[in-house]
Design a protein. Structure first.
Length: 169
């Protein structure tokens, strides 16, 4: 890092005034940006661009999911572009929501390909998540549009306190 000092002497009404300005070389910041870009490129190479026979991937992949809570329940949005609606299965067990299915590879059967980059995951997928409340399974709705599955999971209405009578024999 090179520091450049510019000093100007200015005489105003008999008083000596010093103006000092410090300048930093801009290429120091540019070099840091370049190093960060190169590290990102290197990590991207190891994470996603390996040929299919070398790529280490789990047998089942997990799709990207957004979950948010409303006053009446939860909304789950799952990104499943390229998956047919008939290949998606949803299940709910009290407070655990699961979505699973399969994404088939795009393209014709038997077509020979030489990939330059392979990032679209195919094969079976499964995502389970625990929700902070019990779900009313009779009121669940789901829709599929533009590669996004939107599932509305209403909270189960609980009666609060229950009174139990004890029988004597």
């Amino acid at each position: 890092m090179i520091l450049v000092y510019n000093a100007a002497v200015d005489y105003l009404e008999g008083a000596l005034k010093w103006d000092i300005m410090v300048q930093f070389r801009r290429d120091w910041f540019n070099q840091m940006d370049y190093i960060q870009q190169e590290m990102n490129r290197l990590l991207d190479h190891f994470a996603g661009s390996k040929p299919p026979q070398v790529r280490f991937s789990p047998l089942v992949w997990e799709p990207a999911v957004d979950v948010y809570e409303t006053k009446d329940g939860f909304v789950v949005i799952v990104e499943l572009a390229g998956v047919r609606e008939s290949d998606i299965r949803l299940s709910v067990d009290r407070d655990v929501f699961t979505i699973e299915g399969v994404r088939n590879k795009a393209g014709g059967a038997g077509e020979q390909r030489a990939y330059h980059r392979m990032e679209i995951t195919s094969g079976p997928f499964r995502k389970s998540m625990k929700l902070p409340a019990v779900i009313d399974i009779n009121k669940i709705t789901a829709s599929y549009e533009d590669g996004l599955v939107k599932i509305i999971l209403p909270k189960a209405k609980t009666g609060g306190t229950f009174k139990v009578n004890i029988k004597t024999e």
